[in-house]
Design a protein around this ligand. Structure first.
Ligand SMILES: *[C@@H]1O[C@H](CO)[C@@H](O)[C@H](O)[C@H]1NC(C)=O
Ligand SMILES: *[C@@H]1O[C@H](CO)[C@@H](O)[C@H](O)[C@H]1NC(C)=O
Ligand SMILES: *[C@@H]1O[C@H](CO)[C@@H](O)[C@H](O)[C@H]1NC(C)=O
Length: 510
């Protein structure tokens, strides 16, 4: 292309691209990972000339062009808060996980909505073309949607729970789509399907009564908006971007306005700090990387289990990096602890052979991206679900902390360290990355699409506004059943009549 060609092409690009939008971004959750998933996307939107106003607890450290933070947090400690206890990693833990979400929701609502910086923001005269909001465990900030009257795009940092799927009438057949809180894969036994069916119902019930109810009260109290009045504002969200991909989170149907962008948080690699890079570079037999994420307190890792891991580690040739906040006693020579570790960079280092993880979605996606097999020790929330999916698609092996002894750990490690497992993880990595459009470009495309068509209501299926009895065909099934029963009854009566007549004739003739 000559110079004029390039110029024309550039002009064409500029004229067809979306003009700078004023975007309100609402990220009220207290867990930082929920923001980290979408930060690269927000940065990209700002780079493309859109103006962002971000309601957040984790403001940018550096000033960024086109980016304004409304900090609704008060520097609360939000990492290393959860203790590993007797119920983490158990069934009971999974069931009560929903109530933990309700508790966190209340915390983010009351502290966020009353925050002085947030109150001042409300007094300003703002107008927005688009609202991006994390859809998770509360609706208490959704009053802003009514106040600003702009189309809304939902962001889901995890596999969206049933109550979120419902707002989009996204198919959620319990026969093969597991509830987030069950830890099942897409092939379930009869009893698992029973549990899953109940679980999907329970998800919605607990959301309605323990999250949406209080959330709406907070919205009425602090924003003066009833989000349920008329049409529940949740059913009017234009688009949902989910941090999932079918190659990892198992295939399932999606309506047109639910789009998978799993892997969107993976940015260009940064440099690994010298000390860690040296440790990895010099390990001739490879490295095992262990991290239980940023929310669990490492020091609450049961001592006997920790010792079992250390003993097992002392018997492998690999070096071990363990993300750990404090000093660790009696660690073998090949084990090193670091307080902070650049996870994605470590995982993609060619010397790293295995990831030992709690199965958080971000870490799981990073391991899949880098093609590293995972030994998953699921603890809470969506981790059992992620772990099960990862195991099914050949990227990892589930390991229960309760079963951990020196021998069982060694056995599991040898399995994930095997060449066969490594090959399987590499194949998965290739499938995960093979897409027509990168997750980032996909997200940008659909966000600008929704703005262009002012909420794009044409993407929504008719099911969104259908009453449940119609959607589930209960009226139709009842109607057909009635006809079949009436018809059978008539046939029976006629047959009885004919039969008795025949018999009478027979008696007469004999
Ligand atoms: C973006 O925000 C700045 C500062 O608030 C404002 O001057 C500018 O006009 C805004 N741009 C758009 C596209 O709204
Ligand atoms: C580690 O190895 C990489 C690639 O061989 C190299 O670029 C890097 O400088 C090394 N770092 C250290 C600290 O040895
Ligand atoms: C639904 O959203 C659209 C914009 O996407 C808006 O124009 C409309 O008023 C909203 N409807 C309700 C009932 O809130």
């Amino acid at each position: 292309m000559n110079y004029t060609g390039v110029l024309l092409f550039t002009l064409l690009l500029i004229s067809t691209s979306c003009h700078g939008l004023n975007i309100l971004v609402i990220l009220p959750h207290v867990g930082k990972s929920h923001q980290l998933v979408f930060e690269p996307l927000l940065k990209q939107l700002a780079l493309r000339g859109h103006n962002l106003t971000v309601i957040t607890r984790f403001p940018q450290k550096k000033t960024t062009a086109n980016w304004r933070d409304i900090n609704i947090g008060d520097n609360e400690v939000t990492t290393e808060i959860l203790e590993m206890g007797v119920i983490t990693g158990t069934r009971l833990g999974q069931i009560s996980g929903r109530f933990l979400l309700a508790e966190l929701a209340e915390q983010s609502c009351t502290s966020g909505l009353t925050n002085e910086r947030f109150r001042n923001f409300l007094k300003e005269d703002n107008q927005f073309d688009l609202i991006l909001v994390e859809l998770f465990n509360t609706n208490c900030f959704m009053g802003l949607v009514r106040l600003f009257g702009a189309p809304v795009i939902g962001l889901s940092s995890c596999n969206p729970p049933a109550w979120i799927q419902r707002w989009f009438a996204n198919p959620e057949n319990p026969s093969y789509i597991p509830s987030v809180f069950t830890g099942f894969s897409d092939s379930m036994t009869f009893l698992q399907r029973v549990e899953n069916t109940v679980s999907l119902g329970l998800d919605k019930f607990i959301y309605d009564y323990f999250m949406a109810g209080p959330g709406n009260r907070f919205s009425r109290k602090y924003l003066g908006v009833d989000t349920m009045k008329g049409n529940d504002v949740m059913y009017n969200v234009s688009l949902l971007l989910t941090n999932t991909h079918f190659s990892l989170n198992l295939p399932r149907p999606f309506v047109p306005n639910v789009v998978e962008v799993g892997g969107i948080h993976i940015e260009e690699p940064k440099e690994i700090p010298h000390e860690i890079a040296k440790f990895i570079n010099e390990s001739l037999d490879g490295v095992i990387y262990m991290s239980m994420g940023s929310t669990l307190k490492g020091s609450s890792f049961p001592v006997d289990k920790r010792n079992a891991f250390l003993k097992a580690f002392s018997r492998v040739q690999q070096r071990v990096i363990w993300k750990w906040e404090t000093d660790m006693e009696n660690k073998p020579r090949n084990v090193e602890t670091f307080r902070w570790t650049p996870q994605r960079e470590i995982l993609c280092h060619p010397n790293v052979k295995v990831f030992i993880s709690h199965g958080g979605l971000l870490g799981t996606i990073e391991a899949v991206y880098c093609g590293v097999p995972v030994l998953v020790i699921p603890q809470y929330g969506d981790q059992p679900l992620n772990a099960k999916a990862l195991e099914k698609v050949g990227g990892g092996l589930i390991f229960h902390l309760q079963d951990a002894t020196e021998e069982t750990i060694l056995e599991a490690l040898n399995e994930v360290l095997s060449p066969k497992f490594r090959m399987s993880a590499k194949d998965l990595s290739e499938r995960f990355k093979d897409r027509p459009l990168s997750p980032m470009d996909t997200a940008i495309y659909w966000i600008e699409y929704v703005a262009k068509y002012r909420g794009a209501p044409h993407m929504r299926t008719a099911a969104v506004s259908m009453p449940a009895y119609q959607y589930l065909l209960i009226d139709v099934i009842a109607f057909i059943a009635l006809i079949v029963i009436s018809f059978s009854y008539c046939m029976y009566k006629i047959a009885a009549l004919v039969f008795s007549k025949l018999r009478r004739n027979k008696i007469k003739t004999s």
